[in-house]
Design a protein around this ligand. Structure first.
Ligand code: HPA
Length: 235
């Protein structure tokens, strides 16, 4: 069995999937953190792998950028491959100087003006939430391993390049600490299908101070977020 976007057979994919946006990051994670990784997807280069972490099966697959992309891949993982948990591991742009480059933010919920949930299932809410279970596990693991973290609302946006005159005060108007582009669709899919989702992001850009992480820094600083995700994946 396969889908238009995923050539894996049922059983090739673990119950928990970690989803970075970038498929090459999925490859790096599989090769760096998983034992005996086996690739299950190459369609559109949206690489996916299953391997062992501390002896337990975990999968990692790219989501692509934005809600239409993660919407497709996560829906198929839940619906066609019986995946129970998807943990997004991404980057974000911070709306506050209190979150600096490299900080880990765990999404308590997300706000969006995306039409994803409305078009998908007539859900008019502009807030979507992660599963309570996974959110709590992320917090517990961060505490256990003494990884510094924040918990708060993120802005899930359809637009990376927002024109200056269209920018809003997302921090004060909506309480969003940072922006990314996928969690709203992921959380909506999980809700519709009765599954679990969480979102961890690392600050790669500070949109207040205009600081941006180098490619090299990204690789190193994402390790804290990875540790949380991997430990939650085997709980
Ligand atoms: N905007 C949206 N998503 C992001 C950003 C940003 O500035 N940085 C990292 N992910």
């Amino acid at each position: 069995m396969s889908t238009p976007h995923n050539q894996a057979n049922k059983g090739d994919i673990a119950k928990t999937v970690l989803m970075p946006g970038d498929p090459l990051r999925a490859k790096y994670i599989a090769e760096t953190f998983l034992e005996n990784p086996k690739q299950f997807n190459t369609i559109r280069n949206m690489f996916g792998y299953t391997g062992l972490y501390k002896g337990k099966e975990v999968s990692v697959m790219g989501s692509g950028v934005g809600m239409p992309s993660i919407g497709v891949y996560s829906y198929e993982l839940y619906k066609e491959y019986d995946v129970e948990n998807i943990i997004r591991i991404g980057s974000c742009g911070s709306y506050t100087t209190e979150l600096t480059l490299g900080d880990v933010l765990i999404a308590e919920d997300c706000w969006s003006d995306s039409s994803f949930a409305k078009v998908q299932n007539l859900d008019e809410s502009d807030i979507q939430v992660p599963s309570e279970k996974l959110l709590q596990q992320c917090i517990d693991v961060a505490k256990e391993y003494e990884i510094p973290y924040s918990v708060g609302r993120i802005h899930s946006s359809d637009i990376f390049y927002v024109e200056e005159h269209a920018k809003r005060d997302w921090l004060h108007e909506f309480g969003c600490l940072a922006v990314e582009m996928e969690s709203f669709a992921l959380f909506s899919n999980a809700k519709v299908l009765g599954k679990h989702a969480a979102c961890l992001v690392t600050v790669s850009d500070n949109l207040v101070t205009d600081e941006h992480m180098s490619a090299k820094d990204r690789e190193v600083s994402f390790k804290n977020m990875m540790k949380i995700a991997l430990e939650v994946a085997i709980k």
